[in-house]
Design a protein around this ligand. Structure first.
Ligand code: PRP
Length: 183
């Protein structure tokens, strides 16, 4: 779905499909250089990371494998609590593997703090993070992120995997949701 189709629901557009494609080409090329001669396992965090996983992996020129985790954050409403339950674990044994966790957004950082310590305990050869979006102002836990698509303001954003009440994930770009939609 194009951003134009929901323009009444957005106060402004942050990044178009073309902006995202351009940035992922750069990040994909950087990953190819950094992992030359090694085969990465990309770990996508469902549901939001589906779009970035599909586009990032195709922007890369090297072979990679993909696996998925589904997690649920305990807590109310839109705020992440940092207490995380694994709904679907990896199918892959990551011990000795080069692992890159792929996320759509880092907001408070609480979800990834939990996930990274969980994955680290499985003794991968290396463990890094790629996130399409990051909200530096919302970060509560310092997280070492190797690849960031875009740093964005601390606003309610939707599109490109990011939802509000399950909708807008399939927008081809990202915009700020208008208050009349959620108030
Ligand atoms: C989003 C996103 C991250 C998490 C980031 O997932 O995909 O996993 O929130 O928030 P945090 O940095 O504050 O912990 P969400 O729980 O909305 O599930 P979804 O991917 O299914 O949309």
């Amino acid at each position: 779905m194009d951003l134009d189709h929901v323009s009444d629901d957005l106060t402004h557009v942050l990044y178009s499909q073309a902006d995202i494609e351009r940035r992922l080409a750069e990040v994909g090329a950087q990953i190819d250089r950094d992992y030359a001669g090694r085969e990465l396992l990309l770990v996508g965090v469902l549901n939001g990371a589906v779009m970035v996983m599909a586009d990032l992996s195709r922007a890369m020129r090297s072979h990679c494998e993909m696996d998925w985790m589904a997690i649920s954050s305990y807590g109310s409403g839109t705020q992440s609590s940092g207490v995380v339950r694994i709904l679907k674990d990896l199918n892959t044994d990551i011990s000795g593997r080069d692992v890159l966790v792929v996320e759509d957004i880092i907001d408070t950082g609480l979800t990834l703090s939990y996930l990274m310590s969980n994955l680290q305990s499985r003794e991968p050869a290396s463990l890094e993070i790629m996130t399409m979006f990051r909200k530096p102002e919302a970060l509560q836990n310092p997280i070492d992120v190797k690849y960031v698509g875009f740093d964005i303001p601390n606003e309610f954003v939707v599109g490109y995997g990011l939802d509000y009440a399950g909708r807008y994930r399939n927008l081809n770009g990202v915009g700020t949701l208008a208050p009349h939609v959620y108030s």
